[in-house]
Design a protein around this ligand. Structure first.
Ligand code: SF4
Length: 423
């Protein structure tokens, strides 16, 4: 694969640049997928294969850090990836770069880089930069001319409309992505196979009031066709499928397998530029406990690595009652045991779990947590991650961070912070 390059004294434009084709955890900025790039004196703009802006950074002296960058999500959010000075970001999140989000979330780390003038110059004016490049390029190669015309056609308004189309297909915005989506840098295609959840916990900010319901096979095929059209040429840059919404594991096993298999074929993940397809979904304590063994047998045989994230929240009854989660500690313990069993039995399935954190929770919440992740797991393991999710939004707390580090140190399972992120 060769890239087309155009240079003059002000710009360098490179079309169809081959980025990394596998997601890896690495401490320098690696760009994934095939993309096109415009480099000016003071900015770098990168575009996907639909000529939509996807990443950018400033090159001016005010830019916070040369190794940090902005990424625009399919939901049209600009996210700033920071190193956090590399201090503790990897230990806390399992990733070398920290996503700083433009909306309130539960992160204990990071600052407010999106409010920095050098960053706002890009998020607010990238389109002016692009238009200026197009106006200044003197007789570019026809391929470059065509690229610039198509990139300019993707105005901020059009990108907003495309995000809205995605929300329409998904029956609403994906308000929370599974923490395991970090393994594909949150580049997931959302295929909603069910709505709502079975608990309606009091503490939860993302729940819907509607009862749990499932999509039909016809609806799923229609969504897949619409997603394929929306992602267009850039589909090859994806290998992650998210079966939404909050408890896809509660859908019939046959429907889960149908959706995963149909999407794999329609999106042609086998021939995607990004290698190693992954399947993500959320599950609940009840849906995990009742899931039949054949579902896991079949999932393990698919061409995906499957990650199922279960909201356990607490193994302490007082805490469960306080947050209004209508389950018992006995159910939580059985779900935890089943999680260990599946993680041990199937090499291509990982069940992960979420627990809450807050400095107002009963002490027993933490002692019971350790009785699971330390006492019930005889040796340290590298599979079956535990995500600790601070309850409060926009309230970074040193004491909660300190507590997290303590729990992580004592846990025998990989333990990370869960930063709530939307698509
Ligand atoms: S935490 Fe999960 S199960 Fe509880 S209300 Fe929210 S989405 Fe539903």
């Amino acid at each position: 694969m060769t890239a087309t390059i155009f240079t003059d004294e002000h710009h360098k434009i490179c079309l169809d640049k081959p980025g990394a084709d596998t997601y890896i955890k690495i401490s320098y900025p690696l760009k994934y997928g095939r993309y096109s790039e415009i480099e000016t004196r003071d900015a770098v703009l990168q575009f996907n294969l639909n000529h939509e802006i996807v990443r950018a950074r400033g090159k001016d002296s005010k830019w916070i850090q040369p190794t940090e960058w902005l990424k625009r999500s399919m939901g049209n959010d600009w996210v700033y990836y920071s190193t956090g000075g590399y201090t503790g970001v990897f230990e806390a999140t399992g990733e070398y770069y920290l996503p700083n989000l433009p909306y309130p979330t539960n992160s204990l780390l990071g600052g407010k880089p999106l409010k920095e003038p050098s960053v706002m110059r890009i998020t607010h004016h990238w389109y002016d930069i692009l238009q200026a490049v197009k106006a200044q390029c003197n007789r570019p190669h026809p391929a470059v001319q065509s690229f610039l015309e198509q990139a300019v056609a993707n105005t901020p308004k059009i990108l907003e409309q495309k995000a809205q189309q995605l929300f329409d297909i998904a029956d609403g915005r994906i308000t929370v992505m599974p923490p395991d989506a970090r393994h594909v840098d949150y580049d997931i295609i959302p295929l909603t196979i069910s709505h709502g959840c079975i608990y309606k916990c009091k503490f939860c900010r993302v729940k819907t009031n509607a009862p749990f319901s499932m999509a039909s096979e016809t609806e799923i095929l229609s969504k897949i066709a619409r997603l394929k059209k929306l992602y267009g040429n850039d589909l090859v840059n994806y290998n992650g499928l998210f079966l939404g919404e909050h408890d896809a594991l509660n859908a019939h096993a046959g429907l889960i397998l149908f959706a995963a298999d149909s999407a794999f074929k329609a999106f042609d993940f086998k021939n995607a530029y990004m290698k190693g397809a992954r399947l993500f979904m959320f599950g609940s304590v009840d849906s995990l406990l009742k899931a039949p063994p054949y579902l896991f047998e079949k999932l393990n045989a698919l061409d995906y690595r499957t990650h199922i994230n279960i909201g356990l929240e607490s193994a302490n009854q007082e805490t469960l009652d306080r947050i209004g989660k209508p389950i018992t500690t006995d159910q939580v313990l059985r779900a935890f045991d089943k999680m260990q069993q599946i993680n041990g039995q199937y090499d291509r399935i990982e069940i992960t779990a979420n627990f809450i954190m807050d400095d107002t929770l009963p002490k027993a919440h933490y002692t019971t947590f350790l009785s699971l992740v330390r006492d019930k797991v005889p040796r340290p393991r590298d599979k079956g991650s535990i995500y600790l999710s601070p309850l409060r939004i926009n309230a970074p707390s040193r004491s909660v961070l300190f507590q997290f580090n303590e729990l992580k140190r004592l846990s025998h399972l990989p333990t990370y912070l869960y930063i709530i992120q939307r698509l």
